[in-house]
Each structure stands twice: as structure tokens, then as C-alpha cells.
Design a protein around this ligand. Structure first.
Ligand SMILES: NC(=O)c1ccc[n+]([C@@H]2O[C@H](COP(=O)([O-])OP(=O)(O)OC[C@H]3O[C@@H](n4cnc5c(N)ncnc54)[C@H](O)[C@@H]3O)[C@@H](O)[C@H]2O)c1
Ligand SMILES: CC(C)=CCC/C(C)=C/C=C/C(C)=C/C=C/C(C)=C/C=C/C=C(C)/C=C/C=C(C)/C=C/C=C(\C)CCC=C(C)C
Length: 676
């Protein structure tokens, strides 16, 4: 994963180029539909809910989402803007519209073209060129808008919580706390928020730093945690549903498309393994049991007894189902029903995407969550790129009266009488709070930020059970559009000849082409290819700068050749832009020890039982992110953020709490973890 320096520009200019054929039609219900558009519908957006209520709400005022523009009547005599499910607002040519969050001050006489200004002063224009609609905006989020404080300790400089790091885990914890009324300070080492879910721009391309597979972004159920986290701070980002979650290209020419429609996926898989139809149905049915149980719960902190016992009381069957699966792994359950070695290898590949380990090491709860949510809520790509999620959360946080400070590298967590009370950043400044939440990995938190302190027993146990997963080599490329065959899917998983290479470095290749869904991310006539594969930092150390650069080219070249052979003939000659990131890049820009992708079990785990939650052995110190329950993945770290905020809120008096029950539950959970 790659986060080059040029991201350091404050503010940015984004171009959303939309091909009308890729967008959705307006529908009378407030749901997004998957139907194809009829004609000139433009999906650009700006605060659907604000438009619904008909007045400007300063929250997230410079974002675009949730609005559909219909060009009707004879050529811009009349443009109509409507938000989903609410009445249409007509914008007549040259008509000034105020009080909705959008104010159009010019409308040309070309089809659908006009310029607008939002109430935060950002200007943009909507244009139609060769049946493409283009929305340009400037200053979508000014990253300079950070609030700095001089010294910490009391009064104005004393926070309810300091969050170290603005990955999705940290931002969800921070925003959830802020909406509960806490005053939060987020300290981010880098110049923009998001960590592995950030973005960067080069030569007209907007690249996602991490992968572009987005769970939790649907409009239904309880597990759409990204949608919910954004909504909590008054934000909404329009998404484009992905009809195929992932296209597997596997040994023996096994090609499987995971269609969003569950029945289509099952039909495709059983057509490849007809003699295993029953086993396939039984395995995935167990996944659905878990998913349905999860989806029925209100998700909060499993370390907070009033909530936990309340859920057991209200949904005993569902909670018992989850408790039953908590210590189990997907591979064991698959083996109860499936015998074919190749099909079991396919289940390994399914799980590798979930957890970067095989099915025998993948917690069944995580498998159930991911292997079903893709068919329920689906995989939805945020228009404008994954980076918009963190930007919106950061903006929402500030709108709630909390603060985020960039270029703030936390070097120490300050402990006073055994309690975490503050942090020191690299320029020597100190900040103090009732609670400290670390979104750095547990290895970084306990190994670097708590210098000179003995490793608590719980962390020792964690490190015995979990090891840092390898890092990634990533290749971000811009390519000529012609190289992709028509109907190319957005996400691919490639393992060509040998199943045993699944977990080996450079064995499996992940490939995302987000421009298949959102063409605005690349210049016209081009696509983005984001390729990544596991790679360890040890492979990249001790090289001279020249050797390092040469090795990057060599390794990237091999991966590109493999993709050229397997998927896209002519790929190499279609490259317009290429940038390679190594584990060292990942370590440098994401501040993750060895550039690790996250934790992975050393051996066979007892499902999720050994995974620590958010509290730590140090009073006042909490962890959030992928080295907490339930582990790797954007939606997983979002859940860890929700859990963390709930536990912290209870501890600082913003949620109900029972000290007696707390002590009993935390002791029990700690004991349960020792069984893993
Ligand atoms: N779609 C996908 O599948 C996808 C894409 C990207 C990321 N991910 C997932 O996201 C997970 C990571 O999310 P996360 O929330 O745990 O964390 P993260 O690593 O994404 O973010 C942590 C943030 O903390 C900052 N930070 C670390 N140490 C700091 C310090 N000392 N001072 C100040 N700032 C510091 C980093 O700069 C970074 O911005 C990964 O496990 C990965 O699975 C998934
Ligand atoms: C508390 C006790 C002991 C018992 C109580 C029982 C009880 C009530 C338990 C409740 C448990 C709960 C609520 C668990 C919740 C679990 C959740 C929400 C798990 C979510 C997991 C999500 C995961 C693992 C998401 C992973 C997503 C990933 C990794 C996506 C990844 C993509 C890639 C790696 C790239 C792929 C790219 C391509 C191109 C294919």
C-alpha cells in the first residue's frame, strides 16, 4: 500500500466523472436500487437528508451525495434535483436556489451544464460531455482545518478522550464518542485521515490506498456499520453497488464469480462441483445462521455487561448461536459437509480474503459475516473513492465540536500512577485526557508508545496467540481502457496453478478496478488497476537505494506479467501510470510495525475467543482497530470503533455502567481468552 508525499497538499480538487449508463435511476422509495438508468440521470450528490428537510445544515456542507439530478424538458430549460425519496426541487435556468445547501448561480444552455456553489463556499460545475457527466469541486475538505492546543492538563485543553490515529477504527471510535457528548482529540501522524483507508491522487487518478472492497455500506440491516458511522455525524456518501463481489481465477482454470445474488452464486459454484451441492448448501447455510444472528443484534460493546446481558435477555437464541460459533473456525465446519479437496481449497481462498489465512484458521463468525453480507447488503463502492469515508468522518467529528490534529506523531503515552492520562507528540507537546484510545496496532502501542513499561500479561498472551501478518506489495496503475474486456468485474483474486501457493508471499494476487464502478477516479478512457499481494518486510531490508528500486520494478513486472497472461493480454503496453509500494512504504506511511496488514493467528485459533476487545491492562488506555476483536477489515475495525466508544462512554459517565458487573464480566472475558 502506498501513500506518497504529494498527498500532503491541503485540500484537493476532485473530479467526479459519471457515465450515465453506470448510474441508478430515481425511485420512489428512499432505497438505492440496482436497476439500470433510463437516460439522462446524473447521480451527484449533496446531503440528501438536508435537502429532504429543505434547509441547510452546516454538517458536511462541502460534500456531494445523495442527490439525483434529472435533466428533463428541452435542454436545461429545466433541471430537476431531487434527493432519494423526497420531492423534487426544480432548478430553472439561471435560477438561484438557496437554503438547501446548494446554490446554483449559473446554468449554461448546454445539456445539463451549470455551475454551483455550496453554502460553504466550494464551487463546482456539472457538465455533460459526450454523454458523460462531470462534477468538479474544489476544496472538498480543507485539511488545514485542524485545531491545535498549546498545553494540556485542564480546562480547555483537557479532553474526554484522545485518539491516537485516524484509521477507520480510530475515527469511528472518535465520532461515536463525540455524538455521545464527549470532547475528543484525534492525533494523526499523517496529513490526511484514513490510514489504510486513505487515498492519494496522481496524474488525474484518485487511488485508494487499501483495497476497494467495501462491506458495511448498504442501506439495510444492523451490519451496515460504515453507513451508520457516517449517518451518526450527519454524513452520507452515495455508493455504487457491485454486482459481483469478487471474481476468483483459480488453479485448474476454476473460475468462480461471487454474484451479489446469493442464488446465482450458489448456482455457479454448484455447477462447478455438482456432486457437492448438498455440502455447499449446508456450509453456506451455517454462515447464514451466524449472519442472521449478528444482523438481529444492536451492536455495541461486548465488554459492557448491561448491554450484553440485555441482548441475551432480548435475543437469547441469537446470542447463544453467536456464543456457540465464537470459538469455531470456518475450515472445521466446511469439512463437516464438504469432502472435495478442490472445493475445500476454494473455501480456503474465500477465507483468505476475509483474514489472509486459510479456512482452518479463520474464525467462523468472521467468515459468516463476510460470506453473507456480500449477498445481503452487498459490496458498495463510495462514489469518489474510499478516501471519502475518512474525510467525511473527520469533518463530521469537527462539526460535533471535537478536534483532529494532523502531522501529530504520538511518541509516548503518559502514565501517571498506573493510569494513562495523556500523550506526548514528536515536537514535545503534551495533551491530556480522561482516556487514551490507541488506533496504532497493539504491537506499536505496547512496543513503542509505552516505552520502558513491562508488557502486561494480557498483551503477552495476545502476542503468543497472534503474529503480525505479512505486509503487502502494491501496484497502483492507470491503464488504457481498451485493455479490459467488456464486462470485466471490479474485484479479482488470482492464484494460477498451485493451491499450495495461496498463503505464500506473492502467491495470490488481489486486483481491484474501482473505475469499473466509478469512472470519475481516472482520466477519460482510462482505468485504475490496484494490485496487491502479500510480501514481508524482511524481503526489502538491507538493500541499497538502487537495488531497492530495481527490485521493486522486477517484482512488479512479474506480477504484471502474470496478470497479462491470465487476464488482460496487452496489459504492459497499456500502462499510462505505475507506482509500486513495498512493505517499507506501508510501514512508513501507515505507522504499522513491519507494515503489517493486521494480526493473524500463529496456530489454529479458537475462533475469535482469543481476540482482545478494547480495554487493556492499563487503566484509562484502550485499543481500537484490527488488533482488537474481530480483527482485519474495514467493517471489522468499524465495529471495534463502535465497541470501544461504548465502553469508553460508560467509563467516563456518558453511558450506563455497573462497576460490579463490569469487574465480573471483564474478569470472565479475560479468563475465557486464556482458553483460546
Ligand atoms: N477494503 C479493505 O478491505 C481494506 C482497505 C484498507 C484497509 N483495510 C483494513 O483496515 C484495517 C486497518 O484499520 P485501522 O483502523 O486498524 O488502522 P489503520 O492502520 O488504517 O490506521 C491507523 C492510523 O493511525 C495512525 N497512527 C499510527 N500510529 C500513530 C502515532 N504514533 N501517532 C499518530 N498517528 C498514528 C496512522 O498514521 C494511521 O492513519 C486493516 O486491517 C485492513 O484490513 C481494509
Ligand atoms: C462476549 C461473549 C464471550 C459471548 C457473547 C456472545 C455474543 C453475543 C457474541 C457476539 C459477537 C459479535 C457481535 C460479533 C461481531 C462480529 C463482527 C461484526 C465481525 C465482522 C467481521 C468482518 C470482517 C472480518 C471483515 C473483513 C473484510 C475484509 C478483510 C475485506 C477484505 C478485503 C481484502 C483483503 C481484499 C480483497 C480484495 C480483492 C481484490 C479480492
Amino acid at each position: 500500500m502506498l501513500l506518497p508525499n504529494s498527498m500532503a497538499e491541503p485540500g484537493f480538487t476532485s473530479t467526479l466523472a459519471m457515465n450515465s449508463s453506470q448510474f441508478l435511476t430515481h425511485d420512489s422509495s428512499p432505497q438505492l436500487t440496482t436497476s439500470r438508468p433510463t437516460s439522462q440521470n446524473l447521480y451527484f450528490s449533496h446531503k440528501a437528508h438536508d435537502l429532504k428537510s429543505g434547509f441547510h445544515n452546516p454538517k458536511c456542507s462541502s460534500y456531494f451525495y445523495g442527490v439525483q439530478l434529472d435533466v428533463t424538458g428541452p435542454r436545461t430549460q429545466k433541471c430537476e434535483i431531487s434527493s432519494f425519496g423526497c420531492s423534487k426541487i426544480s432548478i430553472l435556468r439561471d435560477h438561484k436556489l438557496t437554503g438547501t445547501g446548494l446554490r446554483f448561480h449559473h446554468c449554461t444552455n448546454k445539456l445539463g451544464a451549470f455551475r454551483g456553489i455550496d453554502l460553504a463556499g466550494s464551487s463546482y460545475e456539472v457538465n455533460s460531455r459526450n454523454s458523460r457527466f462531470i462534477l468538479r469541486s474544489s476544496s472538498v475538505l480543507n485539511m488545514d482545518k485542524v485545531v491545535e492546543k498549546e498545553k494540556g492538563g485542564s480546562g480547555d485543553n483537557y479532553y474526554d478522550a484522545i485518539v491516537i490515529g485516524s484509521g477507520i477504527g480510530g475515527l469511528v471510535a472518535a465520532t461515536q464518542l463525540a455524538v455521545k457528548g464527549a470532547r475528543v482529540l484525534v492525533l494523526e501522524k499523517y496529513v490526511i485521515p484514513g490510514g489504510s483507508s486513505g487515498y492519494y491522487q496522481r496524474n488525474g487518478y484518485t487511488f485508494d490506498v487499501g483495497s476497494s472492497v467495501m462491506f458495511g455500506f448498504s442501506d439495510k440491516g444492523n451490519l451496515n456499520l460504515i453507513t451508520q458511522a457516517l449517518a451518526a455525524v450527519g454524513c452520507e456518501i452515495p455508493v455504487i453497488p457491485d454486482p459481483t463481489t469478487v471474481h476468483f481465477h483459480l488453479p485448474n482454470n476454476l473460475s468462480v464469480r461471487v454474484h451479489k445474488e446469493y442464488n446465482e452464486f450458489i448456482a455457479e459454484l454448484t455447477s462447478k462441483f455438482p456432486y457437492e451441492k448438498e455440502g455447499i448448501l449446508k456450509f453456506y447455510s451455517e454462515c447464514w445462521k451466524i449472519f442472521n444472528a449478528l444482523n438481529s443484534l444492536e451492536l455495541k460493546s461486548l465488554e459492557e455487561p448491561i448491554y450484553l446481558f440485555g441482548q441475551f435477555f432480548q435475543k437469547p437464541l441469537e446470542c447463544l448461536t453467536l456464543a456457540y460459533y465464537l470459538p469455531q473456525n470456518a475450515g472445521d465446519i466446511a469439512r463437516k459437509y464438504i469432502k472435495d479437496p478442490q472445493l475445500l481449497s476454494f473455501i480456503d481462498a474465500e477465507c483468505f480474503i476475509v483474514s489472509t489465512v486459510n479456512a482452518l484458521q479463520t474464525p467462523m463468525i468472521n467468515a459468516g459475516m463476510v460470506l453473507c453480507d456480500r449477498h445481503y447488503g452487498g459490496i458498495n463502492y463510495p462514489i469518489g473513492g474510499v478516501g471519502g469515508i475518512a474525510k467525511s468522518l473527520a469533518k463530521g467529528l469537527v462539526d460535533q465540536g471535537s478536534e483532529i490534529l494532523y502531522k501529530a506523531n504520538v511518541t509516548d503515552i503518559i502514565i501517571d500512577q498506573g493510569k494513562a492520562v495523556g500523550v506526548r507528540i514528536s515536537d514535545g507537546r503534551k495533551f491530556f485526557a480522561k482516556t487514551i484510545i490507541s488506533n496504532a496496532t497493539r504491537w506499536d502501542t505496547f512496543g513503542k508508545l509505552l516505552k520502558g513499561k513491562d508488557l502486561p500479561k494480557e498483551e503477552e498472551n495476545f502476542q503468543k496467540a497472534y503474529v503480525k501478518a505479512p505486509s503487502f506489495l502494491s501496484i497502483h496503475m492507470g491503464v488504457k481502457a481498451e485493455v479490459l474486456p467488456p464486462d470485466t468485474d471490479c474485484h479479482h483474486f488470482v492464484l494460477e496453478n498451485d493451491w499450495t501457493r495461496l498463503e505464500e508471499p506473492y502467491g495470490s494476487i488481489f486486483l481491484s478496478i474501482p473505475t469499473v464502478l466509478d469512472s470519475s477516479l481516472a482520466p477519460e478512457g482510462h482505468h485504475i488497476l490496484h494490485i496487491f499481494t502479500t510480501s514481508s518486510i524482511e524481503d526489502w531490508e538491507g538493500l541499497s537505494p538502487k537495488d531497492y528500486e530495481e527490485k521493486k520494478e522486477l517484482v512488479a513486472d512479474e506480477i504484471i506479467s502474470r496478470l497479462e497472461k491470465k487476464l488482460f493480454p496487452g496489459l504492459r503496453s497499456s500502462i499510462d501510470f505505475k507506482e509500486v509500494g513495498t512493505p517499507k512504504t506501508h510501514r512508513r506511511y501507515l505507522a504499522r510495525d513491519k507494515g503489517t496488514y493486521g494480526p493473524m493467528p500463529r496456530g489454529t485459533p479458537k475462533g475469535l475467543l482469543g481476540m482482545p476487545f478494547n480495554t487493556t491492562a492499563i487503566d484509562g488506555l484502550y485499543c481500537v482497530g484490527d488488533s482488537c476483536f474481530p480483527g482485519q477489515g474495514v467493517i471489522a475495525v468499524a465495529f471495534s470503533g463502535v465497541m470501544c466508544a461504548h465502553r469508553v462512554a460508560a467509563d467516563i459517565g456518558l453511558e450506563k455502567k455497573s462497576p460490579l458487573l463490569d469487574a465480573a464480566l471483564l474478569r470472565t472475558l479475560s479468563w475465557l481468552r486464556t482458553l483460546a
